[in-house]
Design a protein around this ligand. Structure first.
Ligand code: GDD
Ligand code: MN
Length: 377
């Protein structure tokens, strides 16, 4: 291994204070795992100047408190406690940016990743053989202990989609275990999405083949304490990321979700209109108004659960948000009809005018909702 990463004779004492490797650990409810991970890092990284940055999203189980206690004893340990924010990718990005070593690793807190690979990963970067080293579950030498059949299937499918559609060459772009050169990461960081789970895929897709990647196999272990935070929403996140990267980031994940909810809203609107007209038999104007109201309400609820689940409104803010959403959508409808009319005026093609209007409506609703309904505090 490179001499510069071993403090000792020939290396001044301050070398010890300047870490070569920053290990970033995203945590959410990992109270029982963080100390074990810290001990294991200490063992496996002996002889390397390292630091560890835990990024905790204000875990209800007080993970940050346990990390803080470790940090008081060992100044190589740091805790970033984020309040009012959730998200694995965002936590990893923030952790890497908060660290200072020339190489940064990301590893899960739950001991499912194999930390004994870290020295090998580091030497691959230090020797200049790679810009990115991925702990990969899919190449020779891989065996999995912590994966059920269903998840393995879904993961394999997502990997195929990512490889085909985004032309990502690595075998396991879904891995949450990797190490990267800081300078390359900093260049790409402004274009990364803070939403979702797939930070590595995002990194590789955003780099457009400019990151030289090497993979090392590891055993994906079983979780010891606590539970996985990956749910079915992850599939949605993944889809959004693929679409965003395909459109060169013009279309964001949030916008895609917002537009999908909008499309569903149209179905809800028509269904309500139908029921009001045919079943309850109210006049058309009332039925149409009811359709709009039901669709706006269901869109609001869905967006609050899905599109803006990281900034979910609760309690009084929910009511305030709903009213703001009604106002935004009403103006959006005016914009929609206005644009459709002027397009139709120029070119009397009904579907073209209709689509232009709908697009205007969704863009308006999206932009204004971000400003007035789910605004960042
Ligand atoms: N700060 C923060 N915020 N951390 C989070 C959040 C969050 O919202 N959600 C999850 N984490 C942390 C967990 O505490 C854990 O340390 C790590 O991120 C991974 O979360 P898990 O819930 O254990 O995910 P998993 O085991 O199902 O999937 C992991 O491994 C896969 C295979 O390598 C993830 O890393 C996947 O991205 C990866 O594909
Ligand atoms: Mn896990």
């Amino acid at each position: 291994m490179n001499e510069a990463i071993r403090p000792g004779p020939g290396n001044p004492p301050q070398a010890q204070e300047t870490p070569v490797l920053s290990v970033v650990v995203p945590t959410f409810n990992e109270r029982d795992n963080v100390t074990v991970l810290y001990r294991r890092l200490e063992t496996v990284l002996a002889g390397i100047a390292w630091e560890v940055v835990f990024v905790d999203d204000n875990s209800p189980d007080g993970t940050w408190d346990v990390v803080r206690a470790l940090a008081r004893r060992d100044n190589r340990v740091r805790c970033v406690r984020r309040i009012g924010r959730r998200g694995l990718s965002g936590a990893c990005i923030e952790g890497i940016l908060a660290s200072s070593a020339p190489y940064a690793a990301v590893i899960d807190a739950d001991l499912q990743h194999d930390e004994t690979q870290l020295p090998k990963m580091l030497s691959l970067l230090v020797s200049g053989k790679a810009d990115l080293v991925v702990g990969s579950r899919y190449i020779e030498g891989y065996k999995s202990e912590g994966f059920n059949k269903q998840r393995a299937g879904a993961s394999a499918l997502a990997t195929e989609v990512a490889k085909k559609m985004l032309r990502v060459e690595i075998a396991d772009p879904m891995s949450g275990f990797f190490m990267v050169r800081r300078d390359r990461f900093e260049q790409l960081a402004p274009k990364l999405s803070v939403h979702g789970f797939k930070i590595l895929l995002d990194l590789v897709a955003t780099a457009h083949g400019t990151l030289r990647a090497v993979e090392v196999p590891y055993t994906f272990g079983a979780r010891q304490h606590g539970e996985s935070k990956l749910d079915s929403m992850v599939a949605l996140d993944f889809l959004g990321l693929v679409l965003a990267k395909l459109t060169n980031d013009i279309v964001s994940l949030r916008f895609i979700l917002f537009a999908m909810v909008g499309g569903l809203g149209l179905v809800v609107h028509l269904a309500t209109l139908f029921i009001a007209l045919e079943v309850i038999k109210v006049p058309f104007a009332e039925a149409q108004a009811a359709g709009a109201l039901v669709a706006m309400t269901s869109n609001f609820i869905l967006n609050n659960f899905l599109t803006y689940r990281d900034q979910r409104l609760k309690g009084f803010a929910l009511l305030r948000g709903l009213i703001a959403f009604y106002i935004v959508c009403s103006v959006g409808l005016l914009a929609n009809v206005g644009v459709a009319f002027s397009v139709y005026d120029q070119e009397p093609i009904w579907w073209l005018a209709g689509m232009a209007g709908a697009l205007m409506g969704v863009v308006w609703n999206y932009a204004m909702s971000g400003l007035f309904v789910w605004r960042k505090k």
